[in-house]
Design a protein around this ligand. Structure first.
Ligand code: GDG
Length: 491
């Protein structure tokens, strides 16, 4: 079983004289000004949870975009600061982007072109030449930041996600001392879909400069290999799962990302969380027999309108549940100045109003929409409060909310309704799997979930917990790093 300690041990004993550099769009620590004082917050999310201990153990360098309003105040002339603040162990190197660069590279090419291209949610990608120019320049900027640190040293560079497809190529062109791994956090589409991308050749060539390329599941690896087969002159070895292009080999592998099971499980069981549960129950008047829970970054791939329609249908079909349950949907608004996200936000407001109006009684309406960032304890408390957690993504690389919910339920209660179009559905087969487009079946599954006996709920939860306990976040990082360590250095 992989643990934080075994991962640290691997790094300490096997990394040798290699420098380890992580590159991601999001930074692990953010400095902000609050009432005239600078405070430092740890960034949220699985990647930061997994890689922070790795970086602490190897005293490496993490290169990421600056995002806090006090970031510049605390960094040196090279954009560097030692983190974590209370016990500095590794270097965070910040890359500053102008408003225009952020607009073109992040909102534009990354999130209006690549994000919808890779998710089957029927939102049309927008390809603008100017976005692409910014995307190229920003990837170049990240490459320069990495190269400034590598100099003549030998380095492993672990690149995160779809914001950085050109970075591996820029790094390899500039230095022969670098070995790269790249993890793709979202799905990879089939060749027919990818074919519409005007920059497909450049993107594939960028990614194939990597030594190792990881996806969440085998299906995305297969899609990637099929795409390369269709688009480029390259030798594909499906047995070995590798591509050789112009003499360079890229190994392609599935690594299902996960969560820190032990940490979530222990903390969710604490007195502290019990108290937060009490406060939340009071704040939102959650005194009902059943609590349905939704928690997502507000994104059109997460199937939130579909979920609301299923609640509507559930009430039409099973009116006996009126006034007995509440559906609380939480989520931070994201990427709001992209028109598609604004439209989604308007759609959600309208749907909630319509459904609540349809069923409201004097003292009850079925849906509460909460649009604020939850603290980590609040998040865990909500997971503990839910009778049913609903994850209804139209398409999702993995989906960590489902894995966090399972990890938090050390009380062995609660039911997970999980979209079959998430990566997580491959592992969590004891969830109630749903097709979010099938509103009848979705409503029926809600009903069936409420009918489960306590024994059956416990049996399912226990099985899923055993899976996540083993396939935890440290295993994910450990597997990628173990593979990376196998690469012989070519002088
Ligand atoms: C991408 C892929 C893949 C959300 N609201 C709050 C909050 N969160 C946290 C959740 C969870 C994370 O954000 C969301 O992770 P997901 O995996 O569900 O989704 P994406 O953001 O789309 O992530 C996805 C992932 O990358 C990793 O590879 O699984 O498929 O799309 O951890 O808990 N956390 C707090 N307050 C909130 O209000 N504290």
């Amino acid at each position: 079983m992989w643990t934080k300690e075994s991962l640290e041990e691997l790094i300490r004993t096997k990394l040798g004289d290699y420098l380890l550099i992580v590159v991601s769009n999001r930074e692990p620590y953010i400095h902000t000004l609050k009432k005239g004082k600078i405070i430092c917050q740890k960034g949220a999310g699985g990647v930061i949870t997994a890689l922070d201990p790795v970086m602490r153990a190897c005293r490496g360098i993490w290169v990421a975009q600056a995002s806090g309003d006090a970031d510049r105040k605390v960094t040196d002339r090279e954009g560097k600061i030692q983190v974590p603040p209370e016990n500095p162990l590794y270097t965070l190197k910040r890359v500053w982007l102008s408003k225009e660069e952020e607009e073109g590279y992040y909102y534009g090419f990354s999130n209006e072109a690549l994000w919808p291209l890779c998710h089957m949610a029927f939102t049309r990608p927008v390809f603008r030449e100017s976005d692409w120019e910014y995307y190229k320049n920003v990837n170049q900027k990240f490459a320069e930041a990495v190269l400034e640190e590598v100099k003549e040293k030998k380095a492993f560079v672990w690149i995160q996600d779809y914001h950085m497809t050109l970075l591996p190529k820029y790094l390899k062109e500039a230095s022969a001392n670098i070995i790269t791994a790249h993890f793709w956090h979202i799905p990879w589409p089939n060749p027919e879909v990818f074919r519409i991308c005007p920059k497909r050749q450049e993107i594939l060539e960028g990614l194939l400069a990597n030594d190792l390329l990881g996806f969440h599941i085998r299906y995305h690896c297969d899609n990637f290999l099929a795409t390369v087969d269709r688009e480029l002159e390259a030798k594909i070895d499906r047995e070995k799962m590798s591509v050789i292009k112009a003499g360079h080999e890229t190994i392609v592998r599935p690594y299902p990302i996960s969560v820190d099971f032990e940490d979530i499980s222990t903390r969710a069981d604490s007195k502290e969380i019990e108290e937060v549960m009490r406060q939340l129950k009071e704040e939102f008047s959650l005194d009902y027999e059943f609590i349905f829970l939704g928690l997502d970054r507000i994104d059109y791939t997460k199937g939130i309108p579909e979920r609301l329609r299923a609640i509507d249908r559930f009430l039409e079909k099973y009116p006996q549940y009126k006034e007995r349950f509440i559906f609380i949907q939480m989520g931070e608004i994201s990427r709001l100045h992209i028109p598609r996200y604004k439209a989604l936000n308007d759609e959600l407001n309208a749907l909630v109003e319509e459904i609540n109006w349809k069923y409201a009684t004097d003292h009850w309406a079925p849906i509460i929409l909460v649009r604020r960032h939850l603290s980590y304890p609040e998040l865990l408390a909500f997971y503990r409060l839910g009778t049913i957690c609903i994850v209804s993504s139209l398409h999702d690389g993995m989906n960590l909310v489902s894995k966090e919910f399972i990890s938090a339920r050390s009380d062995l209660d609660g039911v997970l309704l999980l979209s079959q179009f998430t990566g997580a559905a491959r592992e969590l087969t004891d969830a109630f799997l749903i097709n979010p487009y099938d509103v009848e079946n979705f409503a029926d599954k809600l009903h069936q979930a409420l009918q489960l006996s306590k024994e059956e709920r416990e049996r399912r939860m226990l099985k899923m917990r055993q899976i996540i306990q083993t396939n935890n976040i440290y295993r994910w990082a450990g597997k990628v790093i173990s593979e990376l360590l196998k690469f012989e250095f070519k002088e």
